[in-house]
Design a protein around this ligand. Structure first.
Ligand code: CP
Ligand code: NVA
Length: 295
């Protein structure tokens, strides 16, 4: 594994190895406290972040390394030629993580970078989120293969990465999105051969028999100008008590959540919600990823 732009870059076995390493890192953090001593992670952010920025930065500190936060607007990434700037970064850092508006930017970076480039969220994928999510699912249920995850809402970056991640490790994933908001063909095609992906429009059908119900914002970063239109279309896809009925799946959300929109307070704060453990597991999964890329 050189770069991680999408989970399509990894085999199911490599993903499972990372999850096992994440479990070990979580259980025995001290054993890894010098594993990346003197290593430096450059963190480029073109969009805002709480969890991704903090978990990468804390993760590098806990591994004995250092992270440098680089705001897109206060660096010379676009004043100069992006690829020249990225090549310079490789002279100071051992890996780059970048959150970008357009996935193409990550591909341009990876093409010239001599150090690993990690996708910290693009318009198309959020692979680090999905790795943390698998770690959470394994922690809560004791397994991955054979489970069913239902994703309800916008067929966005998080949904695309979950489709690839779940099907790569033998989980079924049932996706319910409104027309016009389906996941990317690139993700659907990657999963098709597994026979584990079900696409549809009906949230009730999607959540039937699910072990996990997952949702994300209806308005992703960068889609703010579509808010009015989206808020008309998405309400039937709210994850609420009525949708869940008597079922008791684990509830997941990558956060930030828009309470009262894609998820109700009752569900988000309910006994089945694992959203804060899920947020924590970004840290452990990314430490495993950094170890896998840099050791
Ligand atoms: N889930 C997630 O990536 O959160 P941030 O946007 O806060 O990093
Ligand atoms: N789909 C959301 C995820 C945020 C972590 C977004 O792209 O804004």
């Amino acid at each position: 594994m050189k770069h991680l732009l999408t989970l399509k870059d990894l085999s199911g076995e490599t993903i499972l190895e990372l999850i096992r390493l994440g479990e070990s890192v979580k259980r025995f953090p001290e054993s890894y406290s010098e594993a990346l001593k003197n290593k430096v992670l450059a963190m480029i952010f073109q969009k805002t972040s709480t969890r991704t920025r903090m978990s990468f930065e804390a993760g590098m500190a806990q591994l004995g390394g250092h992270a440098i936060y680089l705001d897109w607007c206060t660096t010379n990434l676009t004043v100069g030629h992006l690829q020249d700037e990225v090549r310079c970064m490789g002279r100071y850092a051992n890996a780059i993580t970048a959150r970008v508006d357009n996935h193409r930017t990550l591909r341009q970076m990876a093409r010239v970078s001599e150090i690993p480039v990690i996708n910290a969220l693009s318009d198309r994928f959020h692979p680090c989120q999905a790795l943390g999510d698998l770690l959470t699912i394994k922690e809560k249920t004791g397994r991955l293969s054979g489970l069913k995850l239902a994703y309800v809402g916008d067929g966005n970056n998080v949904c695309n990465s979950l489709i690839i991640a779940c099907t790569a490790v033998g989980m079924r994933i049932s996706v319910a999105t409104p027309s016009g908001y389906e996941p990317l063909p690139e993700a659907v095609n990657a999963a098709r051969k597994s026979g584990l992906l079900q696409l549809g429009k009906d949230p009730v059908k999607a959540v039937r028999g699910a072990d996990i119900v997952y949702t994300d914002t209806w308005v992703s970063l960068g889609h703010e100008e579509e808010s009015k239109e989206r808020l008309k279309v998405f309400p039937p896809y709210q994850v609420n008590s009525k949708l869940l009925g008597k079922s008791r799946p684990f509830i997941m959300h990558c956060l930030p959540a828009h309470r009262g929109y894609e998820i109700t307070d009752e569900v988000m704060d309910g006994p089945q919600s694992v959203v804060f453990d899920q947020a924590e597991n970004r840290l452990h999964a990314q430490k495993a990823l950094l170890l896998g890329l840099l050791k």
